[in-house]
Design a binder for this molecule. Sequence first.
Ligand SMILES: [Zn+2]
Length: 420
Amino acid sequence: MKNRLKEDIVASGRFGREPERRVDAFDILDPENGVTRPTGTEANAKVRAYAMEKMEEAGLDVRMDAVGNIFGRKKGSDPGVGAVMCGSHLDSVVNGGQLDGALGVFSAIEAVRRLNDEGYTNRRPIEVAVFTGEEGSAFGMTLLGSTALVGKMSYEDALARKNPEGRMLKEVLENSGYAGEFVMDLKNVEYFVELHIEQGPVLYNKKMPIGIVENIAGITWVYATIRGEGNHAGTTPMKMRKDALVAAAEIILFVEKRANEMVDKLGSATVGTVGKLTVFPNGTNIVPGRVELGIDIRDVVPAHMESLKGEVSEALKALEEKYGVSVDVSVPPFHSPEPLSPEVVDIIEKSAAQTGVRTMRMNSGAGHDSQNIASRVKTGMIFVPSVGGISHAPMEWTEWEDIETGAKVLTQTLRNLAGS
Ligand SMILES: [Zn+2]
């Protein structure tokens, strides 16, 4: 029998890969050549079109909302009960892997195909979901589509966000034909479940096929622009400089040091990263006049996240006096740590046991649309192992056997959640 899920993953993994290369085994991955398909790119439009075609082939009724979230509905036998939603995202980071997000979308479609094949009559409707802009690589905030969906941000504000080329999400969606009119009312959704790669080393190192997520870490980003004085590197005396990059260097070390101290003192799951640094004008013989920083802070405890964010903001402001620079700090809407539904955790555990699969409970350090949906709908997440714990990089991989195990557990979970 042909492996439809493998076919979809391999086919979708070509979109956004240069050159469009087919990767179907770990040993042919190229550490330089991952997938790049942020929201609004042509590659993103192609992978969405591919998924929508597969959803239609599976008999789903496909609709799109104002921010481009896609939903595909399999009718249930009882129109009076809430749906089971299942899905993930199709956008990627720059030069990322082909499984992050895509695995959850194509596994959800495959689960529906398996239920169709066996003539399963689901009592609750099943909604396969694809969320827009999960990675935040284009529009400056992560989980964009699901944030609008749960009402933490208005559709208008989401549509007004701009990508690095200054184009608004609204324009980008309209140009690519992905601006819809459908409104998904979450009051009609009883459960949400997302299958995802772990993106960390825990399951792989323990040789554990399935992880069941109990909590998702919150994420907050801090953006800062430090303005000093761009000047000649040869003629500007050391004592007369306003070097924006030297000021920024202090923050990079501060974030690293404080996150480590919190881990040591509190035993917390805190992580802090300065992952983005843009230096202007970026010339060897010029004192940097302006630096833009992107800082990522995460924890499963809200107070930890808040306190590190506060300290970083203060440290940024303190640069003004010390270095004679000016500093602008902005914090986009952040994502709180989110406990997932104990009921769904139990059901996933039961489903895995029925499938004869070992599981462990764990937290997620990575952010997922599930954490947004969990604020409105009973939500669970299923993790499969990432080879070597690698993700957001071209070498991201999950063994086909583990992918199949994940698909089986997901299908069984849908049977249990949707009922018959
Ligand atoms: Zn993801």
